[in-house]
Design a binder for this molecule. Structure first.
Ligand code: 5AD
Ligand code: SF4
Length: 435
């Protein structure tokens, strides 16, 4: 979501005559788009801004430093206590006004920080602009905000109420992308599989989200469709069935279960039981050959005992998630869980996280090794970071490295998988076709 927002701000500024530079050292203006999901994300952004502002006091580096996005929304003018000479603080809803603030601020005789964290009425469309040129893989925002109240989560505070964009406007964007060469779209929202809730109706058991997926799949040129971020309650039978029926939908699903303990799920305000996750995982795996599942887990939520964690661990290995984002609980001020405190000691959180990380390494390695000897259809992203080879992704988001010409970037190729590790597959361009 933040990447998409940054892309939009960049395009907007370019349309006003600003130039994007590849190297931060060349920039006159630096705007830091920020995340608030965990304390560490905020601390990193503050550290970065502090570093830039110190350099500026010594007459070095960028002349203008601003903070955008979730942390700006979350902390607003309070940020000036930590970073008194910041130029700009603009929250998630007001990014489209940045060019105005920039020109006012640049023209002002004395430095004043512009702080805007207002809520924009009717703001459901993402910033329209995007990078120039062909984007093989593109993000398309379909929903803003979130009305769930997961106890640990700051997102409802930073991104405001849930608003879904109209299917017409989404499809127009997808068509334009496809005409410009896009082959893969990722539909974005905080709770994307509940798209349309409160605005469009479920008809004949088919939700607005599944109707949208069907329409996107009909756009000529779109070969892969992904969506993120999801909530388990959004996987109703029509969406599970969509994975069997829509070939463009990738065989990769995110099922963030957070905890395997019903007691902790209740405390987290997650409206499902662990048993439902097991059933959903089985149904999703059955919906599509080669389906892989990923998840999010939080360890050390207040009140999580060894027994609760054992339930999480059991569920994680039983379902055999191939990919996962594993987090230590980070108490966020202003969230419903704040009054519960942060009761699990940090060393206990770390030990639990480590156990899950070890288990994940095993599960992803096993899943990757199973691909050896198969032919995989790979969308080529670009050169691999080292070794003069190419890198791309399978439909399960497995990273594949192989030898090939740079002209293949942006294309689908078939790769014979010869080797695999925890985070990659390694192969060579195939003579046979992928299946
Ligand atoms: N502490 C730790 N992890 C969190 N997440 C959200 N809020 C917190 C928090 N306060 C995790 C959840 C969510 C993912 C995007 O980030 O697992 O699914
Ligand atoms: Fe946060 Fe996702 Fe829960 Fe919304 S559904 S409150 S974004 S964790």
């Amino acid at each position: 979501m933040n990447e998409r927002d940054s892309e939009g701000v960049g395009a907007l500024l370019r349309s006003k005559g600003y130039v994007l530079v590849a190297d931060e050292a060349e920039a006159d203006i630096i705007l830091i788009n920020t995340c608030s999901i965990r304390g560490l994300a905020e601390e990193k952004a503050i550290g970065k801004a502090d570093h830039l502002l110190r350099a500026r006091r010594e007459g070095k580096g960028a002349k203008f430093v601003g903070i955008l996005g979730c942390m700006a929304q979350n902390r607003g003018a309070e940020l000036l206590e930590r970073l008194p000479d910041l130029d700009l603080i603009v929250g998630t809803q007001r990014l489209r006004h940045i060019p105005d603030y920039l020109s006012q601020r640049l023209a002002a005789p004395t430095p004043v920080a512009y702080v805007d964290t207002a809520h924009e009425e009717g703001f459901e469309d993402a910033l329209p602009g995007r990078d120039d040129g062909r984007q093989v893989s593109a993000y398309v925002s379909i929903q803003q905000g979130c009305d769930m109240k997961c106890a640990y989560c700051v997102v409802p505070k930073t991104r405001g109420p849930e608003r879904s964009r109209s299917p017409e406007s989404i499809l127009a964007e997808v068509r334009a992308l496809a005409e410009n060469g896009t082959r893969e779209v990722t539909l974005l929202g905080q709770i994307v599989n509940q798209y349309g809730r409160g605005r469009f109706r479920t008809e004949g058991g088919i939700s607005p989200f599944v109707r949208l997926l069907r329409s996107v799949a009909e756009v000529p040129g779109i070969e892969r469709i992904r969506y993120t971020a999801c909530h388990p309650i959004g996987y109703r039978p029509d969406l599970v069935a969509a994975h069997a029926e829509i070939p463009q939908l990738c065989a990769q699903v995110h099922l963030p279960f957070q905890s395997g303990s019903d007691k902790i799920l209740r405390a987290m305000g997650r409206p499902y039981l662990a048993e439902r996750i097991r059933r959903l995982a089985a149904a999703l795996r059955a919906s599509r050959k080669g389906m892989t599942l990923s998840t999010d887990v939080i360890v050390g939520f207040p009140g999580e005992t060894d027994a609760d964690f054992a339930l999480t661990e059991a569920m994680f290995s039983e379902i055999g998630f191939e990919q996962a984002f594993l987090f230590k609980y980070s108490m966020r001020p202003g969230t419903p869980a704040e009054p519960l405190g942060d009761t699990v000691p940090v060393d206990v959180k770390e030990a639990r996280l480590f156990r899950l990380q070890q288990q994940l390494a095993m599960q992803s390695t096993t899943g990757n090794l199973r691909q050896v000897g198969t032919v995989q259809r790979v969308l080529v992203d670009g050169p691999n970071r080292k070794g003069g080879r190419l890198a791309g992704r399978t439909e399960n988001e497995r990273r594949v490295i192989f030898d090939g010409d740079l002209s293949l970037v942006g294309q689908f190729v078939d790769v014979d998988i010869a080797r695999a590790g925890e985070t990659y597959l390694d192969g060579k361009l195939a003579r046979t076709k992928s299946i």
